[in-house]
Design a protein around this ligand. Structure first.
Ligand code: IMP
Length: 200
């Protein structure tokens, strides 16, 4: 079997968030048309795995098998060394049902204070999986290392960006130019690996 993505083919993105489509299309170089699993009325699976890679694979396999088309899925989050990798795969869930990241960032700060942690090292991870219907799958992972700072700084970006300073820089992802962030981010690194592995 030829495990390559043929330019012009359609990919099912394993999400119900249509906002993710333009970003994924752009990261794939504009060579593919992307439809969401939500627009095909596919149900969302429970993310029952304990790793980013496991959850990305689970979501891609589920969407591919149900749709009969090649599917792509991502799973990402922030891991903090002093918290044994938390929030990790629970990064979105720490923000609660209202997706309140000011609250999630406060929670991170409080947890670090509670245990008196001095170590502020952290990293973002992005796992990307592509699965063929009832067939094989490929998964890659990208990571960017950095340190945390409190209080949050900057209004650009999203999620945990305002508390994360990437290695070698002094500004947070919430302050840095988004185009620059996109060039060094965990997601960019994962897509680079995916392109090397799957695009002819
Ligand atoms: P997912 O969409 O279920 O993979 O959840 C990923 C969560 O991780 C998001 O809701 C964000 O909180 C966090 N996250 C992932 N990537 C980034 C990033 O680049 N900046 C800030 N937060 C991120």
């Amino acid at each position: 079997m030829n495990l390559k993505l043929i330019k012009g083919m359609r990919l099912v993105l394993a999400t119900h968030n249509p906002g993710k489509v333009p970003e994924i299309e752009a990261l794939l170089g504009g060579h593919y048309s992307v439809v969401t699993a939500g627009s095909l009325n596919l149900p969302e699976p429970d993310e029952t795995e304990s790793t980013f890679v496991g959850n990305a694979l689970l979501k891609a396999r589920h969407a591919a098998d149900l749709s009969g088309e090649v599917a792509i899925a991502d799973d990402s989050g922030l891991s903090i060394a002093a918290l044994d990798g938390a929030p990790g795969i629970f990064s979105a869930r720490w923000a609660g049902p209202d997706k309140d990241f000011a609250f999630a960032m406060k929670k991170v700060e409080q947890r670090l204070e509670e245990i008196g942690a001095q170590d502020r090292s952290a990293w973002f991870t992005s796992a990307l999986a592509v699965a063929w219907p009832n067939g094989p799958a490929v998964v890659v992972e990208g990571r960017v290392d950095g340190t945390l700072t409190f209080p949050p700084r900057g209004t650009r970006g999203f999620g945990y960006d305002p508390i994360f300073i990437p290695e070698g820089h002094t500004q947070t992802f919430g302050e840095l130019d988004p185009a620059f962030k996109d060039s060094i981010s965990h997601r960019a690194r994962a897509f680079e690996k995916l392109r090397d592995a799957l695009i002819e």
